[in-house]
Design a protein around this ligand. Structure first.
Ligand SMILES: C[S@@+](CC[C@H](N)C(=O)[O-])C[C@H]1O[C@@H](n2cnc3c(N)ncnc32)[C@H](O)[C@@H]1O
Length: 226
């Protein structure tokens, strides 16, 4: 390659790197400034099957047939089709993708007014976007017997800037998050760890003796040793 062509190639590659870095910073700024990215969530709610739907399939495997399910941050509601027969499904989100969605906006302190305790509360791909995580956990664990929640913990050397550019608001390391569960008096277990380190937890409020529930996960094949 001629020196001139080489120089042009280098300039272009530097320009692309600068443009990508500026885009990352701009997206991170949006996360810091905008409380909840409603425009993005509207696209998700009406965008059909999302690229991350395998996670919903995985979570659904832990829910026995006939269970009542409250799906917090339901998005396009693909969870509905992964549940086993006989499950009663209640979607909940800040975007009303169907008329039966219960409106909530966790970052504005708006939680659903749930009259009936459900068997399973789902938070699939939601916790990363929550500005007050302790309050969220305290509130949502009261809605049902078991919460199934996914989270991408902050990995060693992972960039917070990149997380912010993906709209992720909080950045807990795995041990920090699990410490928070303990502090809130939650009994927790890891049900699954995905290829990119995403963890699926089950959470239960510690019960007094006598009102203990037995968690019976049907068909679990990848539950780690306690
Ligand atoms: C990554 S999507 C996951 C959607 C769905 N659970 C799934 O896994 O396909 C995050 C969902 O959380 C909802 N969400 C984000 N911030 C929220 C908030 N402050 N209050 C209520 N829902 C919120 C969005 O509308 C969106 O549906």
């Amino acid at each position: 390659m001629w020196p001139v062509e080489l120089t042009i190639k280098r300039i272009r590659s530097t320009k692309n790197r600068i443009v990508n870095w500026c885009r990352t910073c701009a997206s991170a700024c949006v996360t810091l400034i905008v409380r909840t990215n409603v425009r993005r969530w509207r696209k998700v709610a009406f965008g059909g099957t999302p690229s991350w739907d395998e996670r919903n399939r995985t979570i659904a495997r832990f829910i026995p047939s006939g269970s009542s399910v409250l799906d917090l941050g339901c998005g396009a509601q693909t969870m509905r089709q992964h549940l086993k027969p006989g499950c009663k499904y209640q979607p909940c989100d800040l975007i009303m993708s169907t008329p039966d969605v219960i409106f909530c906006d966790f970052n504005a302190g708006v939680y659903p007014d749930i009259k009936e305790h459900v068997d399973y509360v789902l938070c699939s791909g939601v916790f990363e976007y929550i500005r007050n995580p302790q309050e969220f956990l305290r509130r949502v664990t009261a809605f049902g017997r078991i919460v199934l929640m996914s989270y991408h913990p902050l990995a060693p050397r992972e960039s917070r800037l990149i997380r912010l550019s993906m709209n992720w608001i909080n950045h807990f390391q795995k041990a920090e998050l699990e410490g928070m569960f303990d502090n809130l008096g939650l009994t927790w277990a890891i049900l699954h760890i995905g290829d990119y380190g995403e963890v699926i937890y089950s959470l239960e409020i510690n019960r007094k003796a006598g009102e203990d529930y037995t968690t019976d996960f049907e068909g679990i094949t990848d539950r780690p040793e306690d």
